[in-house]
Design a protein around this ligand. Structure first.
Ligand code: GAR
Length: 208
């Protein structure tokens, strides 16, 4: 009952997941210089690199990535700052067990530069979202969100730092729910079985 985590860089979400004690069998990066690889190794977790630049197209990269993932027979696959668009075939292979964290309150601000765009729009609340991955980028059923107030004088970096602190709280929690088999997708929305207290605050009111 463990996860494979996919990263591309710093790996702070991956580190939060490991430090929360969520079982992880391997960390795979598409970049050999991803700082998170060393952090994973320090935690005694197996690492691998599947370098996207070595492949002619997305299909062949995703096929190699899937082979590497399947060596570990994970219950679920968590994207943690994995900055590659995945093919519909890859997404279908892991349907219902492929999750991502995105630095905005989806469905607002899909894509990149979420913090700068939130500041430019003048929103008063920003945050992060853990969601199931579907073929449409940053659009899958929402598992958990955390909201962060936007403060006077915020810069993209200061706002990103406060959102990231919340990412490190919600992602391990959502992954525990997933590994415990508590998440169901009903009519495109996520139901959390047995939601109470702090858990209930992160899900829609009718799941309480
Ligand atoms: C995180 O803020 C994550 O939400 C974001 O990249 C950062 C990775 O940081 N992901 C995306 O933008 C995906 N669309 P980390 O490597 O320190 O976890």
């Amino acid at each position: 009952m463990s996860l494979v985590i996919l990263i591309s860089g710093r790996g702070s979400n991956m580190q939060a997941i490991l430090e929360a004690g969520v079982p992880v069998s391997a960390v795979i990066s598409n970049r050999p210089d991803a700082a998170g690889l060393e952090i994973a190794a320090r935690h005694g977790v197996k690492t691998a690199v599947v370098e996207h630049r070595s492949f002619a197209d997305r299909e062949s990269f995703d096929a190699a990535l899937a082979r590497q993932i399947d060596l570990h027979a994970p219950v679920a696959v968590a994207l943690a700052g994995f900055m590659r668009i995945l093919t519909p075939g890859f997404v279908a292979r892991y349907a219902g067990r492929l999750v991502n964290i995105h630095p905005s309150l989806l469905p607002a601000y899909t894509g990149l530069d979420t913090h700068g765009r939130a500041l430019a729009a003048g929103v008063k609340l920003h945050g992060c979202t853990v969601h199931f991955v579907t073929a449409e980028l940053d659009h899958g059923p929402i598992i958990a969100q955390a909201a962060v107030p936007v403060l006077q004088g915020d810069t993209p970096d200061s706002l990103a730092a406060r959102v990231l602190a919340q990412e490190h709280v919600v992602y391990p929690r959502a992954l525990r729910w997933l590994l415990a088999g508590r998440l169901r997708i009903v009519d495109g929305r996520v139901r959390l079985d047995g939601a109470t207290g702090a858990d209930a605050a992160l899900v829609s009111p009718d799941d309480d």
